[in-house]
Design a protein around this ligand. Structure first.
Ligand code: GLC
Ligand code: CA
Length: 571
């Protein structure tokens, strides 16, 4: 269970570091930054896909699971990165995208060759209905029907994502054999785990029934948490995962707490943890026609309600993953904090405090440790993401929304916000590439960059370093129970982590730019001999919590240092 103490760092390879000047990040670029990551203190790197791919969805459309995309380098480059990471005590988790492949994968080429090809059944094929329409009205995540007509063989194939991402048919045992073999092949190479892309969607319900109505005559594909999902995962666990010492995290759209328990309860032998999306889906209090695009932002009390429900819900029954952003989500400081220059650093640290003291395994998305902000793209030609581009077309053309409205949606929640290049220094293109980057660098790189932060004790980077160090040294931060405090406070999100003895951590985070009356709990704690663990102001609050102030305090016996170090070694 080494992953319970670990802090994970997500790398989006295209945008991390370009070693050869072609404008795309690559594996040698990652290797060159391992010392930076070691210095930050993270234990695990999760790499978004680096496999061979035509790149329709930036690598989430894989055409060969056992080959590296030449844009990222070679298999030798990969092996070197893996061994260099291992020699620094850093583990590598690979993205496993097996709900679908690319339409350029050899399996799909065979599947489309003829109706009686032995691999026909690796994908999901259906006849047209009597009027020639697709078998149901499912909408693809990136726009339009989830069914594509294949003229040559006269049937439709299913793609929950782009046309170039046909869904695999997990009900076929031969397909499962091939996937498990491929996973074992990577494990034999020495990788340390898998992040499983939309794994909650692999088992399609019988009869493929329509879901909730959506605009344009489509419905939501009703295929999260399908009938055989857990039996397939148990099979995967028995045949592959249990044979290695791995960390596994399933990306699980549509998972609530009870599903998450099914995935992550150790007795069930499925996965270690899941990514759930309730807290990053916008406010559920208002109805929205275009879901993520026109859904209002979530308020702090709503965020607190969701996160607390997950903290209590998985206590002793499963394990949480903790994240506020990733390559599909806007930057957390822009979404939940305040990215105006005056508050950016403060609110980035406040959000980090709030998340990292919770129970679960924290994930840091590249650049989050610098307080990187949303992109500020003002023209559609700057966007690269297939979801943003297709949504732009659909909303402006078919739904006749104004350019201004749609650009506003993309600026707030488009996925390219998180995909602008990592800001290494203040040289041209933020030191990401010596060439022309595949996507524009955020112009604020002259202010926000790694070089200016690594030696600055007041930087966001320094603060993350400290949070990671605390997690590695304070067992109560890993094992303690979560208890919500001040549930009715509109400004301050506060909770406690309680160990078995008297050991406790209290966390107070002011989510607003207004001062907030000081909770009594803070002065009471100091009255009982508490000590300040970390905070984003240099001194303790007096009378009020200041704008975006965060404070974590420690009560009780600190563990013996030797003991902690031994524990560290044994992980
Ligand atoms: C996941 C990935 C996302 C991708 C989709 C289809 O949600 O995180 O980037 O587009 O799956 O593979
Ligand atoms: Ca490159």
């Amino acid at each position: 269970m080494w992953w319970k103490n670990a802090v994970v760092y997500q790398i989006y390879p295209r945008s991390f570091c370009d070693s050869n000047g072609d404008g795309m990040g690559d594996l040698n670029g990652i290797t060159s930054k391992l010392d930076y990551l070691k210095n930050l203190g993270v234990d695990v790197l999760w790499l978004s896909p680096v496999y061979q791919s035509p790149g329709d969805d930036n690598g989430y459309d894989i055409s060969d699971y056992r080959a590296i995309n030449p844009e990222f380098g070679t298999m030798e480059d990969f092996d070197r990165m893996l061994s260099e990471a291992h020699s620094r005590g850093i583990r590598i988790v690979m993205d496993l995208v097996v709900n679908h492949t690319s339409d350029e994968h050899a399996w799909f080429c065979e599947s489309t060759a003829s109706r009686d090809n032995p691999r026909r059944d690796y994908y999901i094929w259906r006849d047209a209905d009597k009027d020639g329409n697709p078998p149901n009205r499912w909408w693809s995540a990136f726009g339009g029907s989830a069914w594509e007509w294949h003229e040559k063989t006269g049937q439709y194939y299913l793609h929950l994502f782009s046309r170039k991402q046909p869904d695999l048919n997990w009900d076929n045992p031969r397909l499962r054999d091939e996937i498990f073999d491929m996973m074992a092949w990577w494990c034999e190479k020495g990788i340390d785990g898998f992040r499983m892309d939309v794994i909650s969607m692999i088992s399609k319900p019988d009869g493929l029934p329509d879901g909730r109505e959506l605009p344009g005559g489509f419905t939501e594909p009703a295929c999260c948490n399908g009938p055989h999902l857990h039996s397939y995962l148990r099979e995967m666990n028995e045949r592959v995962l249990s044979r290695y010492s791995l960390m596994t995290v399933g990306e699980c759209p549509g998972a609530g707490i009870e599903e998450a328990v099914l995935f992550t309860n150790p007795a069930r032998k499925e996965l270690n943890m899941v990514f759930q999306f309730e807290h990053v889906s916008g406010s559920r209090k208002a109805s929205a026609r275009y879901d993520k695009w026109d859904r209002p932002a979530m308020s702090m009390p709503e965020l607190r309600e969701v996160l607390s429900r997950w903290q209590y819900g998985l206590e002793k029954r499963g394990w949480n993953s903790l994240f506020l952003n990733n390559h599909d989500q806007p930057r957390c400081v822009s979404r939940f904090g305040n990215d105006a220059p005056r508050y950016r650093t403060l609110s980035a640290k406040m959000l980090a405090t709030c998340l990292h003291f919770m129970k679960g395994t924290p994930y840091i998305y590249q650049g989050e440790e610098l307080g990187m902000t949303n992109a500020c793209m003002t023209d559609i030609s700057q966007y690269r993401d297939i979801e943003s581009l297709q949504t732009y077309d659909f909303l402006t053309k078919q739904e006749s929304l104004s350019e201004e409205t749609v650009m506003g949606y993309l600026q707030a929640v488009g996925r390219d916000n998180a995909r602008t290049p990592m800001q290494w220094d203040d040289s041209p293109n933020a030191g990401f590439t010596s060439g022309h980057p595949w996507i524009d660098v955020n112009p604020n790189y002259t202010e926000i960059n790694a070089a200016s932060q690594i030696d600055d004790q007041n930087s966001v980077f320094f603060y993350y370093q400290e949070l990671i160090r605390l997690r590695h040294t304070l067992p109560v931060m890993v094992d303690g129970r979560y208890e919500l405090l001040l549930p009715d406070n509109d400004q301050i999100y506060s909770y406690m982590r309680a160990g078995n003895g008297t050991e406790k951590i209290l966390v107070f985070c002011n989510f607003t730019k207004d001062p907030a009356p000081l909770p009594m709990e803070i002065s009471e704690a100091f009255g009982c001999g508490a000590s300040r663990l970390i905070g984003n102001y240099p001194d303790l609050p007096q009378g009020k919590m200041r704008p975006y102030e965060a404070l974590a305090i420690y009560i009780g016996m600190k563990g013996n240092d030797d003991e902690i170090q031994n524990e560290q070694k044994n992980r």
